[in-house]
Design a protein around this ligand. Structure first.
Ligand SMILES: *[C@@H]1O[C@H](CO)[C@@H](O)[C@H](O)[C@H]1NC(C)=O
Ligand SMILES: *[C@@H]1O[C@H](CO)[C@@H](O)[C@H](O)[C@H]1NC(C)=O
Ligand SMILES: *[C@@H]1O[C@H](CO)[C@@H](O)[C@H](O)[C@H]1NC(C)=O
Ligand SMILES: *[C@@H]1O[C@H](CO)[C@@H](O)[C@H](O)[C@H]1NC(C)=O
Ligand SMILES: *[C@@H]1O[C@H](CO)[C@@H](O)[C@H](O)[C@H]1NC(C)=O
Ligand SMILES: *[C@@H]1O[C@H](CO)[C@@H](O)[C@H](O)[C@H]1NC(C)=O
Length: 459
């Protein structure tokens, strides 16, 4: 036992040393001025304490519970039997056979009662015995403490207190997760320097049925909704969606377990259904391009009602200014919604801005409003997708089947525009149809040819 070793070591501190050279050997004679610490007494107490704890287990309690349950069951049965016999009574008293059976029941119940009596008896005895032992231990401990010149026990107790404090400190450290609330433009994240390889990569429950879709988490969830994930597939013509599917966790999203579907409309497409894949969820409301208009739709997940706000009337929609690259255009991607630390943005293009990207902040009131707008020089059709981080717009372009490049940024705080970013995203499928940043986990959520993928942004 390492503990008793420590005691020995510490207790034997007030010593007298004498040293003498006998021949070639060096010998230390130890002379203990104090009587030896009664180490075995302490050991005994430790042993008894352990036994006490072991003996007073819940086993005894469950045994009593079991017996009582059995007893209750038997008595109930007997009652039923007796009342049945009473009902059957045909003038003679209960038939002799029935009486015999009741006798047998009684005998069994008596047996159970005896067992219960014995168990409680032994339990009581044990309690008494334990109390006596506790008293005994207490006396010995007092005795030992008086003996404790070198304060072994005091130190030990202090150690225990320090250990407890340490544990508490650790727990506190654990519970204070980095839940920083950061003002827009001052996220404290620093410059985006790279994007990790795919962190998760999976098909959805729909397999490869729908090549256009979107997914992610509410960027500003209600209490209790923090771990929910949403998924929308454009189930009609790769262009329209009419319901939002939600899962309770990432794993259930990937496995397709326990979805909750919230319908915007029963048919598709129709007024206010979803058009195009670039939508977001924010504060339990869904933001997307309303079907066949240049309006922003806000769908309240709780009330299931839609409120709208119009973008400028020369805003492209219905494939006028979609995301694209030389080889292809991504259908119905005229309007892209994005979340960052400060809220919701919509990215689109207008004729008056020559088909170049326009950014508007969407106030998430009801109805939604457009609160601020920035014009850029970035031609929308050269871009494959965009996302916002800390008030900075980032745009990607198609390099080849394996790589998408974040090449452009627009800082809404300084209006600074850059075309020289060369951050590569390793693709798992050829086409990225949806991309959005979640300010809570700093992940990019991507929908890529039926696959749902996340990437970690490095700052
Ligand atoms: C614990 O139970 C064992 C066996 O049942 C018994 O020998 C021992 O005295 C008990 N110890 C205490 C401290 O009750
Ligand atoms: C007494 O009641 C139990 C349960 O209700 C039943 O299984 C048993 O057959 C009855 N015994 C007699 C003698 O009726
Ligand atoms: C329990 O047992 C004790 C003696 O061991 C006895 O005096 C008492 O009457 C019994 N109680 C019952 C309910 O059987
Ligand atoms: C702290 O959290 C980590 C990971 O969540 C866990 O493994 C560890 O046991 C926790 N420590 C404490 C003291 O709660
Ligand atoms: C960026 O991240 C990728 C994937 O983790 C890595 O291969 C690459 O070397 C990184 N680039 C830089 C400039 O750090
Ligand atoms: C959605 O409806 C709920 C309940 O009426 C309301 O509290 C909430 O503010 C609404 N959300 C939005 C974004 O309007």
């Amino acid at each position: 036992m390492s503990q008793s070793n420590i005691f020995t070591l510490m207790v034997v501190i007030p010593l007298m040393f004498s040293q003498s050279a006998k021949g070639k050997d060096c010998v230390c004679e130890l002379q203990n001025s104090d009587p030896a610490f009664p180490e075995n007494k302490l050991n005994n107490i430790e042993f008894t304490a352990t036994q006490c704890t072991e003996n007073i287990t819940s086993e005894k309690m469950t045994e009593i519970d079991r017996l009582v349950l059995g007893l209750q069951h038997r008595i109930r049965q007997l009652l039923e039997n007796v009342s049945m016999l009473e009902r059957e009574d045909n003038g003679n008293l209960y038939a002799a056979v029935s009486l015999r059976i009741i006798e047998l029941e009684f005998a069994e119940i008596q047996d159970l009662l005896d067992k219960l009596n014995r168990t409680t008896d032994s339990y009581q005895q044990q309690s008494l015995q334990t109390a006596a032992e506790l008293q005994d231990m207490e006396e010995t401990m007092t005795e030992l403490e008086n003996f404790d010149h070198t304060q072994v026990m005091v130190k030990q107790r202090e150690n225990q207190r320090i250990k407890r404090d340490l544990e508490r400190c650790k727990e506190e450290l654990n519970s204070t997760s980095p839940a920083l609330t950061l003002s827009p433009g001052h996220c404290g994240l620093g410059r985006m320097v790279n994007v990790s390889g795919p962190k998760t990569y999976s098909l959805t429950v729909y397999g490869t049925s729908y090549s256009f879709g979107a997914w992610g988490r509410d960027a500003n969830p209600a209490l209790g909704d923090e771990n929910k994930y949403w998924l929308v597939v454009l189930s009609s013509s790769n262009a329209y969606g009419n319901f939002i599917r939600q899962y309770n966790s990432l794993s259930t999203t990937i496995l397709g377990i326990g979805p909750t579907d919230t319908y915007i409309s029963s048919s598709n497409p129709t007024t206010n259904t979803i058009q195009g894949p670039n939508m977001v969820m924010y504060a339990n409301a869904f933001y997307y391009n309303c079907y066949n208009t240049y309006y922003v739709c806000q769908f309240n997940m709780t009330t299931r009602s839609v409120s709208t706000v119009a973008l400028p009337s020369d805003t492209g929609y219905n494939n006028k200014f979609p995301f694209a690259h030389l080889g292809t255009t991504y259908s119905y991607t005229d309007m892209d919604f994005a979340t960052d630390e400060s809220g919701v943005f919509v990215i689109y293009a207008t004729t008056s801005n020559f088909g170049n990207v326009v950014i508007s902040k969407v106030g998430t009131s009801n109805p939604p409003v457009l609160s601020q707008t920035w014009l850029t020089s970035l031609h929308k059709k050269t871009v494959t997708n965009t996302f916002m981080v800390c008030g900075v717009l980032y745009a990607t372009r198609y390099l080849d089947k394996e790589i998408e490049e974040i090449f452009y940024s627009y800082d809404t705080k300084t209006n600074e525009e850059r075309y020289d970013l060369r951050i590569h995203i390793k693709k798992m499928q050829t086409n990225i149809k949806y991309m959005n940043y979640d300010p809570r986990d700093h992940l990019l959520y991507v929908y890529s040819d039926s696959y749902i993928v996340t990437y970690e942004i490095m700052f």
